[in-house]
Write a protein that binds this ligand. Sequence first.
Ligand SMILES: Nc1nc2c(ncn2[C@@H]2O[C@H](COP(=O)(O)OP(=O)(O)OP(=O)(O)O)[C@@H](O)[C@H]2O)c(=O)[nH]1
Ligand SMILES: [Mg+2]
Length: 434
Amino acid sequence: MEQTAEPRERAILVGFFRDSRRRAAEEESLEELAELTTSAGGEVADALIQERPKPDPAYLVGQGKLEEIRESLLIEQANLVIFNEDLTPAQLRNLEQALDTKVIDRAELILDIFAQRARSSEGKLQVEVAQLEYLLPRLTGRGVQLSRLGGGIGTRGPGETRLEVDRRRIRSRISRIKSDLARLEERRGLQRQKRRGVPIPTVSLVGYTNAGKSTLFNRLTNETAFVSARMFATLDPLVRRISFDSGQEVLLSDTVGFIRKLPPTLVAAFHATLEETVQANLLLHVIDVSRENYEELREAVYAVLEEIGADSTNTLEVYNKVDLVEDNPRIETKKEHVLISAKTGDGLEALRSKMAEMVNRGLSLVDLLLPLNRGDIVSQIRDRAIVEKEEYTESGIRLRAALTPADLGRFREFVTEAKAGGRRGRRKKTTTVE
Ligand SMILES: Nc1nc2c(ncn2[C@@H]2O[C@H](COP(=O)(O)OP(=O)(O)OP(=O)(O)O)[C@@H](O)[C@H]2O)c(=O)[nH]1
Ligand SMILES: [Mg+2]
């Protein structure tokens, strides 16, 4: 990461929980917030935490805690307060006024990191949309913040009319970016279709940020994707072709990591990028088994997967970083799994053979019957799937093809029969295709 000459921001972190049973979880989450803060280039000066059954509508925390934050700002010579909780626009404004310093919440911090990391033009635009949409309802009284966005947006504290102008500008900027993004997405769709010309199954690496996805990607592809101890090292998807001993080829893609409380505007903005993940035949879910709460993080990842509409039925859980744990941990999971160390290479052979076995499972071999005048759909299927048989009969065009779950949904109305098992027909187990 580039170093800027700017002095590092010194931050006071504030955690909040409603129920004493959540204390440990909140403390853990606050540690993660500290990691995020340093990843963003800031420095953690202090961390405070409050238990309160009900958040204060105006300040989230109570007056006593507010006073504590104020003192800590002075003692620590800090210039930024980061809340681990989402703040309402009004809370944000009130807190900035009461503390007389910059206040941000977890979502804004994550957006900041993404903004720093984005490299591709598409990634940059996606992050900008997310930032602007986050900013829009929070404009009032946040004149100082606006300057950080640049792009002709006013830098002084906006009065009401000024505010309206800013809002209008932001909205029109958002819609302009969105149409640019739509164009980029179309182009990517075409590339994907081209790749589909020779249909090969796809495998996507997913997982919590810092789990080791890029390290594993490099291991499996002999590539040099960017690996870093910082969070959200990877933003742009990277796709490479790899082959197994059997000679079968697959496309492996490395993607952005997930995190708890991922800002919804960000999830929405990255939807297009995550398309690879949504359509993958197999997901490799990389889990950092050296983290104490890896099970909780694992579930957080499944929650995001669900949110983006990815079907995680065919998922291989890859428990990574076993080199950091004393004994091999006992894994409790309903999914198939392997233990590896992407760093030392431990367990990679087992992983590869498991991948080779599972990648075909996501495909369902089906018979389809299409009306004779639907040549357009036949060519769509030919583009997207592996067609084993094609016959022109009086009742229509009969195809036998291996479809991904997504395509199965797409062409469902033409399916006459679903065969059991993957396209190799080796497996006895019937693939679930819902
Ligand atoms: N000890 C150990 N460290 C690992 C292993 N795999 C990855 N790491 C380290 O974990 C950190 C994160 O690795 P990355 O591969 O960048 O993780 P990522 O999942 O791609 O992270 P994001 O792109 O930020 O989501 C780096 O410091 C790696 O060197 C492993 O098996 N053992
Ligand atoms: Mg990565």
